[in-house]
Design a protein around this ligand. Structure first.
Ligand code: TRP
Length: 361
């Protein structure tokens, strides 16, 4: 059987460069590698509603934003199936049956859920839907029999939960579900790109994100005011790399050819870092370098976005067609699940025959 990808994002805002280096860039490479039989990219609106249920309009507005971001980074609807989670009822149906296979204490131990509960002040009263979203995520993954799930590190506990559900389902019922494998970014800087303020995570509420849709002026402004090393006051002072957001971004974005193009006096990133640590290299010079690299990377993305923005109806058509195709696959899995769980009453002739036997001999 061929390899299948499923992954997705919650539509709670535009996607930023953290999403890009953490997952989007890789997805496009995987898509173009030709190694995958099917690729499903999901806009996880139902999951977004688990902590935004009071704010449906926000989720609704961001569907198109995320779709435009997907298309603009180079996800190609001819190769990748882009779809909307809530429009596939089988995902909800699977979630309900998987709930039998998971305990409350197991959900409460999920580290990502724990952190998010704190973040959202849900401690005193956790909405059940929110607590259960790892189960729904297992449904998302297994409905498509995904073998490969490219995500960020924060999603590891979800994948663990999914694998447990798969094993339990397959051992109780029948070997229907496929155990997925996680695909993390291979570079530490990409695993966790900090905000422009040096804080651990980019988040809209902290205002420390560079969005894929930002115009060149905005991007430049954000980069030139990025957090670096508070001890590096004068150019001649020795600089520090730990916690220095500019260098983390360089680790995530910089390729050898960027030095040839923009900073030929350095052989590469190691030499630049060494100079910074010795002292004598100013922040402005590095920020200008980073700006050139990021602008170069974002330019084709912005250009593609502009094209797609001209025909929003076509973008909804892409989502609609992708959702219909995704639903076909989910329906097939659902049929197999129902058969394995013995809830396929109307499709099972042997059930009828057995009952007839029992009542009429
Ligand atoms: N939890 C993911 C996020 O917050 C979104 C998501 C939902 C997802 N279902 C998924 C990711 C299935 C991978 C596979 O970004």
């Amino acid at each position: 059987m061929g390899k299948i990808i499923l992954t997705g994002d919650r539509p709670t805002g535009r996607l930023h460069v953290g999403h890009y280096v953490g997952s989007l860039r890789r997805r496009v490479e995987l898509q173009n590698s030709g190694e995958y039989e099917k690729i499903f990219i999901m806009i996880a609106d139902a999951q977004a509603l688990t902590d935004n249920f009071e704010n449906p309009e926000k989720v609704r507005q961001n569907i198109i934003e995320v779709a435009l971001d997907y298309l603009s980074v180079g996800l190609d609807p001819a190769k990748s199936n882009l779809f909307i989670q809530s429009q596939i009822p089988e995902l909800t149906e699977l979630t309900f049956y998987y709930m039998n296979l998971v305990t409350l204490s197991r959900l409460e131990r999920n580290p990502t859920v724990k952190t998010e509960i704190k973040l959202r002040n849900f401690e005193t009263s956790i909405p059940v839907g929110f607590l259960c979203y790892p189960i729904s995520q297992a449904a998302d993954i297994t409905a498509f029999k995904a073998t490969t799930v490219p995500v960020g590190e924060d999603q590891l506990p979800m994948l663990e939960q999914t694998k447990e559900i798969v094993r339990k389902f397959n051992s109780i019922y029948d070997e229907v579900l496929v155990e997925p494998e996680v695909l993390l970014p291979d570079n530490a800087a990409c695993l966790r790109l900090p905000g422009t303020d040096g804080k651990a995570k980019m988040s809209k509420s902290l205002g420390n994100c560079i969005y894929l849709a930002d115009d060149p002026g905005e991007v430049q402004k954000k980069i030139m005011s990025m957090y670096t090393d508070p001890l590096h006051l004068r150019i001649e002072d020795p600089g520090h790399l730990e916690g220095n957001a500019v260098f983390t971004y360089l680790d995530a974005f910089c390729k050898p050819e960027h030095f040839e193009r923009y900073l030929p006096e350095y052989a590469g990133l190691d030499e630049l870092k060494a100079h910074y640590q010795r002292g004598g290299l100013g922040d402005v010079k590095i920020k200008k370098f980073l700006n050139k690299i990021i602008q170069e990377e974002l330019e084709p993305i912005r250009a593609r976005r502009k094209e797609y923005e001209k025909d929003i109806a076509a973008v909804y058509d892409i989502l609609k067609a992708g959702t219909e195709a995704a639903r076909e696959t989910a329906t097939q899995t659902m049929d197999e699940v129902k058969k394995a769980m013995k809830i396929d009453y109307f499709n099972d002739k042997s059930l009828l025959e057995g009952q007839e036997q029992k009542y009429h001999g």
